[in-house]
Design a protein around this ligand. Structure first.
Ligand code: CDT
Length: 320
């Protein structure tokens, strides 16, 4: 059984508020064609890949936001993507806003087999931003308004990807900054993490402490550390560029289990990057420095699941 995988990250340039799904899907189909020409077996698209990053826009009445969500996959609008995947025999990861038949709303990602079958679904756990309109902000980030916290945990499944059987898992955007999320995947022997993001180039809450260039650094730092500490590959894929005057950074990357960047996007537009991954590389970390069974000390980690916010430490008082 092959342990090699040709992995592609399909960064998307901006999608304007006025642009329909047909525009986004057309661009994604072209990226799938490019991926096919370059020999890719799996393509990772970004978070909320079918529309603009709509949580920056406030709707008082949630029902007014319904048009941003998918109620079925495939739909008429997304069918061309599924058809292209089948034609080119490529699996794909897609981030989208999900509205369930019961009216629940999630920031969701799926991995779709070339046959069109959904292999794995994940619903974003770490939702940044706020739930109410914030007049102090020049740009809103209303993920807590538009989505519920994901209710599927961090699932991993072993499934065919190209010629290989691969342990696949997912994260969505802000999740990548949380080591707990990586470790839950690592504990399931994840080999490939697919993750999409929409990250503003400017931190609205920056009070002079996060220099502009550190935005990308923090994204890469999180993904590279997550891969190294959990002995896995990841594709971190942006929706990038200027959406209606609001800039999202690009710098999509493919990272190996040593934490090294194997490929990086150089534009902030539609761009495909490809890496040849030897899944056998996941073995080294897993058998040595990050051999969890041999070295983890759960008895010392109680706070990780027992406590949410941080607590101030006891104060040292001199005896004398
Ligand atoms: N989409 C997303 O999760 N973006 C966040 C930006 C947070 S700023 C409120 C991120 O962590 O990249």
């Amino acid at each position: 059984m092959s342990r090699r995988l040709v992995l592609a990250a399909a960064q998307l340039g901006p999608i304007q508020k006025s642009e329909g799904r047909d525009v986004a899907v057309g661009r994604m189909v072209r990226l799938l064609e490019t991926a096919h020409r370059r020999g890719a077996e799996v393509v990772v698209f970004p978070e909320l890949a079918l529309t603009t990053f709509f949580p920056r826009w406030y709707h008082e009445d949630l029902a007014e936001a319904d048009h941003w969500y998918e109620t079925a996959l495939p739909s008429n609008a997304t069918a061309p993507l599924f058809e292209a995947a089948r034609k080119f025999n490529i699996g794909f990861h897609l981030g989208y806003a999900e509205r369930t038949p019961e009216g629940r709303r999630f920031n969701t990602a799926v991995y779709v087999h070339p046959s069109g079958e959904v292999v794995l679904k994940y619903r974003k756990v770490h939702l940044p931003g706020h739930a109410e309109y914030d007049p102090t902000r020049t740009v809103q980030h209303l993920e807590k308004r538009y989505f519920e916290v994901g209710d599927l945990g961090f699932p991993v499944v072993r499934a065919p990807v190209g010629e290989a059987q691969v342990n696949i898992g997912m994260m969505i955007c802000n999740d990548r900054r949380w080591p707990e999320a990586w470790r839950v995947l690592g504990l399931q022997q994840v080999e490939l993490v697919m993750l999409g993001y929409n990250t503003p180039s400017l931190n609205m809450e920056n009070r002079g402490f996060e220099a502009h260039h550190l935005r990308v650094f923090h994204s890469h730092l999180s993904i590279q550390a997550g891969c190294y500490q959990n002995a896995c590959f990841a594709a971190g894929v942006a929706k990038a560029g200027d959406e209606d005057g609001h800039e999202l950074f690009g710098h999509s990357i493919i990272v190996n289990p040593q934490g090294e960047i194997m490929a990086q996007a150089t534009s902030w537009g539609d761009e495909l990057i490809v890496a040849d991954c030897d899944l056998g590389m996941c073995e080294l970390g897993r058998r040595t420095i990050f051999n969890f069974a041999a070295h983890r000390r759960v008895e010392a980690y109680g706070r990780i699941t027992g406590q949410t916010g941080s607590a101030a430490p006891a104060e040292w008082v001199p005896k004398g």
